[in-house]
Structures are given as C-alpha cells and as structure tokens.
Design a protein around this ligand. Structure first.
Ligand SMILES: [Zn+2]
Length: 101
C-alpha cells in the first residue's frame, strides 16, 4: 500500500481552476471552475480526505469497542451481523477504498 501525501490539505482556487494544496507546496489540480463550478466543492471534499480517514478510524474503533460490550455480539463469528460489527465493516470498506485496496 502506498502512503498518501501528508495533510493537512487545503482547497484552493485561482479564478480558473480548483486545486488541493499540500503542506510541501505541491498542488493537485481538481479541474476548471469556469465550466465546472462543482470542482470547487470537489476540491473541498478532497482536501478533507485525510481528516475524514482519521475520523473514520476513530468511528471504526468505536464500533469495535461497542461490539466488545454488546451482549448480542458473537466475537467468534466473523460474519456477526450485530449493529457494531456491521458498522465496523462499512467503515473498513470505505477505508479500504481510500487506500486503493
Ligand atoms: Zn458483532
């Protein structure tokens, strides 16, 4: 798995294009905002990605901790369908997608 560029990432526009700016000064071009205004919102969304990954890791840990205390949880069952295990699976799937897995 490759590592992504360290955050924080900041959304940026120059009047023609939307970018994501990284701490090392590099910019990732998202697209033009002249014909595609939504690229400004896309830049904000993408810039929040590193923070969202960290937040999702906390949410996943919360689901897993919840499962440990939930009476209906079957810890030996990898296919447990309790609320906590299902929540942890959903978050794990999103994090895997973010990692390109
Ligand atoms: Zn469970």
């Amino acid at each position: 798995m490759s590592k992504y560029t360290r955050g924080p990432w900041l959304p940026h526009t120059d009047g023609a294009d939307a970018y994501v700016q990284c701490p090392d000064g590099r910019h990732f071009i998202i697209g033009d905002i002249i014909y595609h205004e939504e690229n400004k919102a896309n830049a904000h969304l993408i810039a929040a990605a590193p923070d969202m990954c960290e937040a999702l890791k906390l949410v996943r840990d919360g689901f897993k901790n919840g499962a440990d205390y939930y009476d209906g949880h079957v810890s030996s069952d990898k296919n447990c369908d309790c609320f906590f295990c299902l929540g942890a699976d959903v978050v794990d799937n999103v994090l895997a997608k973010a990692k390109g897995i």
